[in-house]
Ligand binder design. Structure first.
Ligand code: G3I
Length: 454
Protein backbone atom coordinates (compact mmCIF):
# COMPACT_ATOMS: atom_id res chain seq x y z
CA UNK A 1 0.00 0.00 0.00
CA UNK A 2 1.20 3.51 -0.77
CA UNK A 3 -0.27 6.31 1.27
CA UNK A 4 -0.06 10.06 0.95
CA UNK A 5 3.14 11.81 1.97
CA UNK A 6 3.25 12.83 5.63
CA UNK A 7 2.92 16.46 6.56
CA UNK A 8 6.09 18.55 6.74
CA UNK A 9 5.59 18.79 10.47
CA UNK A 10 5.59 15.01 10.84
CA UNK A 11 8.72 14.60 8.73
CA UNK A 12 10.50 17.39 10.60
CA UNK A 13 9.60 15.84 13.93
CA UNK A 14 11.04 12.55 12.78
CA UNK A 15 14.22 14.21 11.56
CA UNK A 16 14.67 16.18 14.77
CA UNK A 17 14.14 13.03 16.79
CA UNK A 18 16.80 11.35 14.72
CA UNK A 19 19.17 14.24 15.33
CA UNK A 20 18.49 14.19 19.06
CA UNK A 21 19.06 10.47 19.25
CA UNK A 22 22.20 10.88 17.13
CA UNK A 23 23.55 13.36 19.67
CA UNK A 24 22.93 10.87 22.42
CA UNK A 25 24.68 8.13 20.55
CA UNK A 26 27.76 10.21 19.80
CA UNK A 27 28.28 10.32 23.53
CA UNK A 28 27.56 6.65 23.96
CA UNK A 29 29.44 5.75 20.77
CA UNK A 30 27.08 2.93 19.95
CA UNK A 31 25.98 3.54 16.39
CA UNK A 32 27.90 5.36 13.71
CA UNK A 33 25.21 4.84 11.08
CA UNK A 34 22.57 6.47 13.23
CA UNK A 35 24.80 9.49 13.70
CA UNK A 36 25.22 9.72 9.93
CA UNK A 37 21.53 10.48 9.82
CA UNK A 38 19.96 8.65 6.87
CA UNK A 39 16.97 6.77 8.31
CA UNK A 40 16.80 3.05 7.73
CA UNK A 41 13.56 3.46 5.78
CA UNK A 42 15.31 5.68 3.23
CA UNK A 43 18.31 3.37 2.94
CA UNK A 44 15.91 0.48 2.35
CA UNK A 45 13.77 2.39 -0.15
CA UNK A 46 16.86 3.22 -2.19
CA UNK A 47 17.36 -0.53 -2.62
CA UNK A 48 13.72 -1.25 -3.35
CA UNK A 49 13.21 -2.82 0.08
CA UNK A 50 11.03 -2.00 3.06
CA UNK A 51 12.29 -2.02 6.63
CA UNK A 52 9.55 -2.39 9.22
CA UNK A 53 8.90 -2.84 12.90
CA UNK A 54 6.21 -4.37 15.06
CA UNK A 55 4.62 -1.79 17.33
CA UNK A 56 2.41 -1.51 20.38
CA UNK A 57 -0.30 1.13 19.87
CA UNK A 58 -0.31 2.47 23.43
CA UNK A 59 3.38 3.37 23.14
CA UNK A 60 3.10 5.46 19.96
CA UNK A 61 4.02 8.78 21.57
CA UNK A 62 7.27 10.62 22.31
CA UNK A 63 10.58 9.04 21.37
CA UNK A 64 8.97 5.67 20.58
CA UNK A 65 6.70 7.31 18.00
CA UNK A 66 9.54 9.42 16.60
CA UNK A 67 11.69 6.36 15.95
CA UNK A 68 8.84 4.16 14.73
CA UNK A 69 7.71 6.86 12.30
CA UNK A 70 11.12 8.20 11.34
CA UNK A 71 13.18 5.05 10.86
CA UNK A 72 10.74 2.46 9.55
CA UNK A 73 8.74 2.26 6.34
CA UNK A 74 6.29 -0.37 7.55
CA UNK A 75 4.45 -1.18 10.77
CA UNK A 76 3.07 -4.48 11.98
CA UNK A 77 0.68 -4.41 14.93
CA UNK A 78 2.35 -6.79 17.40
CA UNK A 79 -0.94 -7.88 18.95
CA UNK A 80 -3.68 -5.42 17.94
CA UNK A 81 -5.07 -7.28 14.94
CA UNK A 82 -5.17 -10.77 16.44
CA UNK A 83 -8.62 -12.30 16.82
CA UNK A 84 -8.53 -12.15 20.62
CA UNK A 85 -7.76 -8.43 20.44
CA UNK A 86 -10.38 -7.41 17.89
CA UNK A 87 -13.33 -9.58 18.98
CA UNK A 88 -12.89 -10.32 22.68
CA UNK A 89 -16.56 -11.30 23.03
CA UNK A 90 -18.59 -12.68 20.22
CA UNK A 91 -19.94 -9.91 18.01
CA UNK A 92 -18.28 -7.17 20.10
CA UNK A 93 -15.38 -5.63 18.26
CA UNK A 94 -12.56 -3.48 19.52
CA UNK A 95 -10.65 -1.91 16.67
CA UNK A 96 -9.16 0.95 18.68
CA UNK A 97 -5.51 -0.09 18.72
CA UNK A 98 -5.52 -1.49 15.20
CA UNK A 99 -7.16 1.69 13.86
CA UNK A 100 -4.65 3.81 15.76
CA UNK A 101 -1.68 1.98 14.23
CA UNK A 102 -3.11 2.16 10.70
CA UNK A 103 -3.80 5.89 11.11
CA UNK A 104 -0.28 6.47 12.45
CA UNK A 105 1.18 4.61 9.50
CA UNK A 106 -0.82 6.65 7.02
CA UNK A 107 0.30 9.88 8.69
CA UNK A 108 3.91 8.77 8.38
CA UNK A 109 3.74 7.44 4.83
CA UNK A 110 4.24 3.88 6.02
CA UNK A 111 2.95 0.54 4.87
CA UNK A 112 1.10 -1.78 7.26
CA UNK A 113 1.43 -5.57 7.49
CA UNK A 114 -1.73 -7.05 8.94
CA UNK A 115 -0.98 -9.72 11.55
CA UNK A 116 -2.62 -12.23 11.78
CA UNK A 117 -5.96 -13.75 10.70
CA UNK A 118 -5.69 -17.50 11.34
CA UNK A 119 -3.58 -18.75 14.24
CA UNK A 120 -3.75 -21.30 17.02
CA UNK A 121 -2.84 -18.71 19.65
CA UNK A 122 -4.32 -15.46 21.01
CA UNK A 123 -7.82 -16.46 19.96
CA UNK A 124 -10.80 -15.32 22.07
CA UNK A 125 -11.95 -17.82 24.70
CA UNK A 126 -15.53 -17.69 23.39
CA UNK A 127 -14.10 -19.22 20.21
CA UNK A 128 -11.71 -21.77 21.67
CA UNK A 129 -14.12 -22.89 24.40
CA UNK A 130 -17.09 -23.25 22.06
CA UNK A 131 -18.40 -26.61 20.97
CA UNK A 132 -18.59 -25.97 17.25
CA UNK A 133 -19.32 -28.24 14.33
CA UNK A 134 -16.80 -28.01 11.46
CA UNK A 135 -19.38 -26.14 9.39
CA UNK A 136 -19.91 -23.61 12.19
CA UNK A 137 -16.17 -23.14 12.66
CA UNK A 138 -15.68 -22.63 8.96
CA UNK A 139 -18.43 -20.01 8.97
CA UNK A 140 -16.91 -18.24 11.98
CA UNK A 141 -13.50 -18.16 10.31
CA UNK A 142 -14.92 -16.84 7.06
CA UNK A 143 -16.81 -14.10 8.91
CA UNK A 144 -13.75 -13.15 10.92
CA UNK A 145 -11.51 -12.89 7.88
CA UNK A 146 -14.09 -11.04 5.82
CA UNK A 147 -14.89 -8.56 8.59
CA UNK A 148 -11.30 -7.72 9.46
CA UNK A 149 -9.86 -7.63 5.95
CA UNK A 150 -12.78 -5.55 4.69
CA UNK A 151 -12.31 -3.03 7.49
CA UNK A 152 -8.79 -2.23 6.26
CA UNK A 153 -9.42 -2.85 2.58
CA UNK A 154 -7.01 -0.91 0.38
CA UNK A 155 -4.99 0.33 3.34
CA UNK A 156 -2.76 -2.66 4.11
CA UNK A 157 0.16 -3.71 1.99
CA UNK A 158 0.07 -7.31 3.17
CA UNK A 159 -1.64 -9.75 5.50
CA UNK A 160 -0.10 -12.60 7.43
CA UNK A 161 -3.20 -14.63 6.65
CA UNK A 162 -2.13 -17.94 8.17
CA UNK A 163 0.36 -18.03 11.02
CA UNK A 164 2.51 -20.98 12.10
CA UNK A 165 0.69 -23.90 10.44
CA UNK A 166 3.56 -26.41 10.68
CA UNK A 167 5.35 -28.54 13.24
CA UNK A 168 9.14 -28.74 13.23
CA UNK A 169 9.10 -32.03 11.30
CA UNK A 170 6.99 -30.53 8.52
CA UNK A 171 3.69 -32.13 9.48
CA UNK A 172 0.69 -29.92 10.01
CA UNK A 173 0.29 -28.51 13.49
CA UNK A 174 -2.72 -29.78 15.37
CA UNK A 175 -4.89 -26.69 15.87
CA UNK A 176 -8.56 -25.84 16.18
CA UNK A 177 -8.45 -25.18 12.41
CA UNK A 178 -6.51 -28.19 11.19
CA UNK A 179 -8.25 -30.62 13.52
CA UNK A 180 -11.73 -29.52 12.48
CA UNK A 181 -11.35 -28.34 8.90
CA UNK A 182 -8.38 -30.32 7.57
CA UNK A 183 -5.40 -28.83 5.72
CA UNK A 184 -7.56 -26.91 3.27
CA UNK A 185 -8.39 -24.33 5.91
CA UNK A 186 -5.27 -22.60 4.57
CA UNK A 187 -6.49 -22.38 0.97
CA UNK A 188 -9.93 -21.28 2.14
CA UNK A 189 -8.52 -18.55 4.39
CA UNK A 190 -6.41 -17.19 1.54
CA UNK A 191 -9.37 -17.26 -0.83
CA UNK A 192 -11.64 -15.42 1.62
CA UNK A 193 -8.97 -12.82 2.37
CA UNK A 194 -8.39 -12.22 -1.33
CA UNK A 195 -12.11 -11.76 -1.92
CA UNK A 196 -12.24 -9.13 0.83
CA UNK A 197 -9.18 -7.17 -0.33
CA UNK A 198 -7.78 -8.11 -3.73
CA UNK A 199 -4.97 -5.56 -3.39
CA UNK A 200 -3.35 -6.90 -0.21
CA UNK A 201 -0.41 -9.29 -0.60
CA UNK A 202 -1.36 -12.51 1.18
CA UNK A 203 1.26 -14.42 3.17
CA UNK A 204 1.74 -17.61 5.11
CA UNK A 205 4.06 -16.88 8.03
CA UNK A 206 6.05 -19.27 10.25
CA UNK A 207 9.12 -19.58 12.49
CA UNK A 208 12.15 -21.86 12.15
CA UNK A 209 11.66 -21.76 8.40
CA UNK A 210 14.55 -19.37 7.73
CA UNK A 211 17.02 -22.03 6.62
CA UNK A 212 16.48 -25.05 4.40
CA UNK A 213 15.04 -27.74 6.70
CA UNK A 214 12.09 -30.10 7.04
CA UNK A 215 9.71 -27.37 8.16
CA UNK A 216 10.65 -24.87 5.45
CA UNK A 217 10.48 -27.65 2.86
CA UNK A 218 6.93 -28.47 3.97
CA UNK A 219 6.07 -24.79 3.60
CA UNK A 220 7.72 -24.78 0.18
CA UNK A 221 5.68 -27.78 -0.93
CA UNK A 222 2.48 -26.20 0.37
CA UNK A 223 3.13 -22.92 -1.46
CA UNK A 224 3.95 -24.80 -4.63
CA UNK A 225 0.72 -26.78 -4.49
CA UNK A 226 -1.33 -23.66 -3.68
CA UNK A 227 0.22 -21.90 -6.67
CA UNK A 228 -0.51 -24.93 -8.87
CA UNK A 229 -4.14 -24.85 -7.75
CA UNK A 230 -4.50 -21.13 -8.39
CA UNK A 231 -5.07 -20.30 -4.72
CA UNK A 232 -4.21 -16.63 -4.05
CA UNK A 233 -0.88 -16.86 -2.22
CA UNK A 234 1.52 -13.95 -2.71
CA UNK A 235 4.21 -14.42 -0.15
CA UNK A 236 6.01 -16.34 2.51
CA UNK A 237 6.92 -14.79 5.86
CA UNK A 238 10.05 -15.99 7.61
CA UNK A 239 9.63 -14.85 11.19
CA UNK A 240 13.33 -15.10 12.12
CA UNK A 241 13.31 -15.21 15.90
CA UNK A 242 17.00 -16.04 15.96
CA UNK A 243 19.69 -16.79 18.54
CA UNK A 244 22.98 -14.89 18.63
CA UNK A 245 25.55 -16.41 16.28
CA UNK A 246 23.04 -18.79 14.72
CA UNK A 247 21.89 -17.18 11.50
CA UNK A 248 21.20 -20.19 9.25
CA UNK A 249 23.85 -20.50 6.55
CA UNK A 250 21.15 -21.42 4.02
CA UNK A 251 19.02 -18.30 4.62
CA UNK A 252 19.64 -16.65 1.26
CA UNK A 253 19.33 -19.96 -0.60
CA UNK A 254 16.02 -20.56 1.15
CA UNK A 255 14.70 -17.08 0.31
CA UNK A 256 15.75 -17.67 -3.29
CA UNK A 257 13.96 -21.01 -3.60
CA UNK A 258 10.68 -19.46 -2.48
CA UNK A 259 11.23 -16.52 -4.82
CA UNK A 260 11.78 -19.00 -7.64
CA UNK A 261 8.31 -20.41 -6.96
CA UNK A 262 6.95 -16.99 -7.92
CA UNK A 263 6.08 -15.61 -4.49
CA UNK A 264 7.44 -12.72 -2.46
CA UNK A 265 9.40 -13.38 0.69
CA UNK A 266 9.57 -11.16 3.76
CA UNK A 267 11.47 -11.48 6.98
CA UNK A 268 8.57 -10.65 9.24
CA UNK A 269 9.56 -10.83 12.91
CA UNK A 270 13.33 -10.50 13.16
CA UNK A 271 14.96 -10.44 16.57
CA UNK A 272 18.27 -11.92 17.69
CA UNK A 273 18.36 -12.84 21.35
CA UNK A 274 21.40 -13.27 23.56
CA UNK A 275 22.02 -14.52 27.03
CA UNK A 276 22.12 -11.53 29.37
CA UNK A 277 24.09 -9.56 30.28
CA UNK A 278 24.88 -8.07 26.89
CA UNK A 279 28.62 -7.51 26.39
CA UNK A 280 30.49 -5.58 23.71
CA UNK A 281 31.46 -8.87 22.09
CA UNK A 282 27.86 -10.11 22.02
CA UNK A 283 26.62 -6.80 20.65
CA UNK A 284 29.29 -6.94 17.94
CA UNK A 285 28.21 -10.46 17.04
CA UNK A 286 24.60 -9.26 16.97
CA UNK A 287 25.61 -6.49 14.58
CA UNK A 288 27.15 -9.09 12.26
CA UNK A 289 24.04 -11.29 12.57
CA UNK A 290 21.61 -8.48 11.76
CA UNK A 291 23.78 -7.57 8.79
CA UNK A 292 23.71 -11.18 7.53
CA UNK A 293 19.94 -11.42 7.68
CA UNK A 294 19.26 -8.08 6.01
CA UNK A 295 21.97 -8.77 3.40
CA UNK A 296 20.33 -12.07 2.51
CA UNK A 297 17.06 -10.25 1.84
CA UNK A 298 18.81 -7.44 -0.01
CA UNK A 299 20.43 -10.00 -2.31
CA UNK A 300 17.14 -11.48 -3.56
CA UNK A 301 14.94 -9.31 -5.76
CA UNK A 302 11.68 -10.85 -4.54
CA UNK A 303 12.52 -10.37 -0.89
CA UNK A 304 10.22 -7.46 -0.05
CA UNK A 305 11.90 -6.44 3.18
CA UNK A 306 12.63 -7.07 6.80
CA UNK A 307 10.48 -6.30 9.84
CA UNK A 308 11.99 -6.33 13.32
CA UNK A 309 9.77 -7.68 16.09
CA UNK A 310 9.88 -4.53 18.18
CA UNK A 311 12.65 -2.00 17.61
CA UNK A 312 13.54 -1.44 21.26
CA UNK A 313 14.56 -3.90 23.95
CA UNK A 314 11.88 -2.30 26.12
CA UNK A 315 9.18 -3.60 23.76
CA UNK A 316 10.32 -7.15 23.11
CA UNK A 317 8.61 -10.43 23.98
CA UNK A 318 11.93 -12.21 24.54
CA UNK A 319 12.59 -11.58 28.27
CA UNK A 320 9.05 -12.71 29.12
CA UNK A 321 9.42 -16.01 27.32
CA UNK A 322 13.12 -16.96 27.36
CA UNK A 323 14.47 -16.80 30.86
CA UNK A 324 17.81 -14.99 31.04
CA UNK A 325 17.70 -13.87 27.41
CA UNK A 326 17.05 -10.44 25.91
CA UNK A 327 18.70 -7.46 24.19
CA UNK A 328 17.28 -8.86 20.96
CA UNK A 329 16.37 -5.67 19.07
CA UNK A 330 18.33 -2.84 17.37
CA UNK A 331 17.70 -0.19 20.07
CA UNK A 332 18.32 -0.57 23.78
CA UNK A 333 15.71 0.01 26.48
CA UNK A 334 16.44 3.75 26.47
CA UNK A 335 16.09 4.06 22.70
CA UNK A 336 19.81 4.32 22.04
CA UNK A 337 20.68 2.60 18.76
CA UNK A 338 22.86 -0.46 19.23
CA UNK A 339 25.58 -1.88 16.97
CA UNK A 340 22.79 -4.00 15.45
CA UNK A 341 21.43 -0.78 13.95
CA UNK A 342 24.73 -0.37 12.10
CA UNK A 343 24.50 -3.95 10.88
CA UNK A 344 21.10 -3.22 9.32
CA UNK A 345 22.25 0.08 7.86
CA UNK A 346 25.38 -1.49 6.40
CA UNK A 347 23.38 -4.26 4.74
CA UNK A 348 21.15 -1.57 3.24
CA UNK A 349 24.13 0.12 1.65
CA UNK A 350 25.15 2.71 4.23
CA UNK A 351 28.84 3.33 4.54
CA UNK A 352 29.47 2.53 8.19
CA UNK A 353 32.83 2.49 9.94
CA UNK A 354 33.80 -1.02 11.01
CA UNK A 355 33.23 -2.07 14.59
CA UNK A 356 35.87 -0.80 17.01
CA UNK A 357 38.93 -2.98 17.35
CA UNK A 358 40.09 -1.53 20.67
CA UNK A 359 42.12 -4.01 22.65
CA UNK A 360 42.97 -6.15 19.61
CA UNK A 361 46.19 -6.19 17.58
CA UNK A 362 47.51 -7.94 14.49
CA UNK A 363 51.10 -9.17 14.22
CA UNK A 364 52.68 -10.13 10.89
CA UNK A 365 55.52 -12.62 10.66
CA UNK A 366 57.47 -14.34 7.89
CA UNK A 367 57.66 -17.97 8.94
CA UNK A 368 59.58 -19.38 5.95
CA UNK A 369 61.33 -17.95 2.91
CA UNK A 370 62.95 -19.40 -0.21
CA UNK A 371 64.30 -18.11 -3.57
CA UNK A 372 61.21 -16.39 -4.83
CA UNK A 373 58.52 -17.16 -2.28
CA UNK A 374 57.71 -16.98 1.38
CA UNK A 375 55.10 -18.03 3.88
CA UNK A 376 53.54 -15.32 6.03
CA UNK A 377 51.37 -15.50 9.08
CA UNK A 378 49.18 -12.94 10.83
CA UNK A 379 48.04 -13.43 14.40
CA UNK A 380 45.13 -11.36 15.69
CA UNK A 381 44.97 -11.27 19.47
CA UNK A 382 42.63 -9.49 21.85
CA UNK A 383 43.19 -8.41 25.41
CA UNK A 384 40.71 -6.00 26.92
CA UNK A 385 38.57 -6.18 23.77
CA UNK A 386 37.07 -8.73 21.41
CA UNK A 387 35.98 -9.11 17.80
CA UNK A 388 32.95 -10.67 16.15
CA UNK A 389 34.49 -10.34 12.70
CA UNK A 390 37.75 -8.87 11.40
CA UNK A 391 39.60 -7.55 8.44
CA UNK A 392 43.39 -7.25 8.37
CA UNK A 393 44.84 -4.68 5.99
CA UNK A 394 48.39 -3.93 4.94
CA UNK A 395 50.41 -2.62 2.07
CA UNK A 396 53.34 -4.58 0.61
CA UNK A 397 56.38 -2.32 0.28
CA UNK A 398 58.45 -4.27 -2.27
CA UNK A 399 56.14 -5.78 -4.85
CA UNK A 400 55.24 -8.93 -2.92
CA UNK A 401 52.13 -10.75 -4.16
CA UNK A 402 49.89 -13.19 -2.35
CA UNK A 403 49.37 -16.48 -4.19
CA UNK A 404 47.26 -18.42 -1.73
CA UNK A 405 45.83 -17.91 1.76
CA UNK A 406 44.31 -20.16 4.41
CA UNK A 407 42.01 -19.41 7.34
CA UNK A 408 41.13 -16.06 5.72
CA UNK A 409 39.80 -14.66 2.45
CA UNK A 410 42.56 -12.45 1.02
CA UNK A 411 42.45 -10.11 -1.95
CA UNK A 412 45.24 -7.93 -3.28
CA UNK A 413 44.90 -4.83 -5.42
CA UNK A 414 48.26 -3.32 -6.31
CA UNK A 415 50.18 -3.24 -3.05
CA UNK A 416 47.03 -3.22 -0.87
CA UNK A 417 46.06 -6.49 0.79
CA UNK A 418 42.76 -7.11 2.59
CA UNK A 419 42.17 -10.35 4.46
CA UNK A 420 38.78 -11.06 6.05
CA UNK A 421 37.91 -13.80 8.47
CA UNK A 422 36.68 -17.13 7.22
CA UNK A 423 33.20 -18.20 8.31
CA UNK A 424 34.63 -20.17 11.24
CA UNK A 425 37.14 -17.77 12.79
CA UNK A 426 35.53 -14.32 12.91
CA UNK A 427 35.17 -14.38 16.68
CA UNK A 428 38.19 -13.42 18.74
CA UNK A 429 37.29 -13.42 22.44
CA UNK A 430 38.92 -11.26 25.07
CA UNK A 431 42.14 -13.15 25.86
CA UNK A 432 42.00 -15.20 22.65
CA UNK A 433 43.65 -15.12 19.24
CA UNK A 434 43.30 -16.42 15.68
CA UNK A 435 45.97 -16.97 13.07
CA UNK A 436 45.83 -17.07 9.30
CA UNK A 437 48.55 -17.71 6.78
CA UNK A 438 49.49 -17.20 3.16
CA UNK A 439 52.09 -17.96 0.53
CA UNK A 440 53.42 -15.03 -1.48
CA UNK A 441 56.14 -14.12 -3.94
CA UNK A 442 58.99 -11.68 -3.35
CA UNK A 443 62.12 -10.47 -5.10
CA UNK A 444 64.85 -8.11 -4.07
CA UNK A 445 63.69 -7.55 -0.53
CA UNK A 446 60.85 -8.69 1.67
CA UNK A 447 60.14 -5.98 4.26
CA UNK A 448 57.57 -6.66 6.99
CA UNK A 449 54.48 -4.41 6.66
CA UNK A 450 52.44 -3.15 9.57
CA UNK A 451 48.90 -4.52 9.73
CA UNK A 452 45.81 -2.55 10.72
CA UNK A 453 42.58 -4.13 11.84
CA UNK A 454 39.17 -3.13 10.61
O1 G3I B 1 -2.62 -7.10 27.32
C1 G3I B 1 -2.35 -7.87 28.49
C2 G3I B 1 -2.28 -6.98 29.71
O2 G3I B 1 -3.54 -6.41 29.91
C3 G3I B 1 -1.85 -7.82 30.90
O3 G3I B 1 -1.67 -6.97 31.99
C4 G3I B 1 -0.54 -8.54 30.62
C5 G3I B 1 -0.14 -9.48 31.75
O4 G3I B 1 0.73 -10.49 31.30
O5 G3I B 1 -0.70 -9.32 29.45
C6 G3I B 1 -1.03 -8.55 28.31
O6 G3I B 1 -1.10 -9.40 27.21
C7 G3I B 1 0.11 -9.89 26.70
C8 G3I B 1 0.22 -9.46 25.24
O7 G3I B 1 1.37 -10.03 24.65
C9 G3I B 1 0.30 -7.94 25.09
O8 G3I B 1 1.44 -7.46 25.72
C10 G3I B 1 0.10 -11.41 26.81
O9 G3I B 1 0.15 -11.80 28.15
C11 G3I B 1 1.30 -11.98 26.06
O10 G3I B 1 1.18 -13.39 26.03
C12 G3I B 1 1.33 -11.45 24.64
O11 G3I B 1 2.51 -11.94 24.03
C13 G3I B 1 2.52 -11.81 22.62
C14 G3I B 1 2.77 -13.17 21.99
O12 G3I B 1 2.85 -13.01 20.58
C15 G3I B 1 1.70 -14.19 22.29
O13 G3I B 1 2.05 -15.40 21.68
C16 G3I B 1 3.66 -10.87 22.26
O14 G3I B 1 3.39 -9.56 22.75
C17 G3I B 1 3.81 -10.84 20.74
O15 G3I B 1 4.97 -10.11 20.43
C18 G3I B 1 3.95 -12.26 20.22
O16 G3I B 1 4.10 -12.22 18.84
C19 G3I B 1 4.24 -13.50 18.20
C20 G3I B 1 3.69 -13.34 16.81
O17 G3I B 1 2.37 -12.88 16.85
C21 G3I B 1 3.79 -14.64 16.03
N1 G3I B 1 5.12 -15.15 16.04
C22 G3I B 1 5.75 -15.28 17.34
C23 G3I B 1 5.69 -13.97 18.09
C24 G3I B 1 6.37 -14.09 19.44
O18 G3I B 1 5.67 -14.95 20.29
Amino acid sequence: MRTSRPSLRVRLTALLAGAAAAGALLVAGTSAAHAAGTPLRDLAAARGKVIGTAVTGSRLTGAYADIAGGQFGSLTPGNAMKWGSVEPSRGTYDWAEADQIVAFAQAHDQQVRGHTLVWHSQNPTWLTNGNWTPAQLSGLLQDHITTEVTRYKGRLAAWDVVNEPFNEDGTYRSTIWYDNLGPDYIAQALTWAHAADPSARLYINDYNVEGVNAKSTALYNLVKSLKDRGVPIDGVGLQAHLILGQVPSTLQQNIQRFADLGVDVAVTELDIRMQLPATDAKLAQQRADYRSVVSACAAVTRCAGVTVWGFTDSDSWIPDVFDGYGAATPYDENYAPKPAYDGIAEALGASVPPPPTDGCTAVYAVTGQWDSGFTGQVTIACSGGSLASWTANWSFGAGQRIAQAWNADCTQSGAAVTCSNASWNGTVPDGGSVTFGFNASWSGSNPVPSVTLG
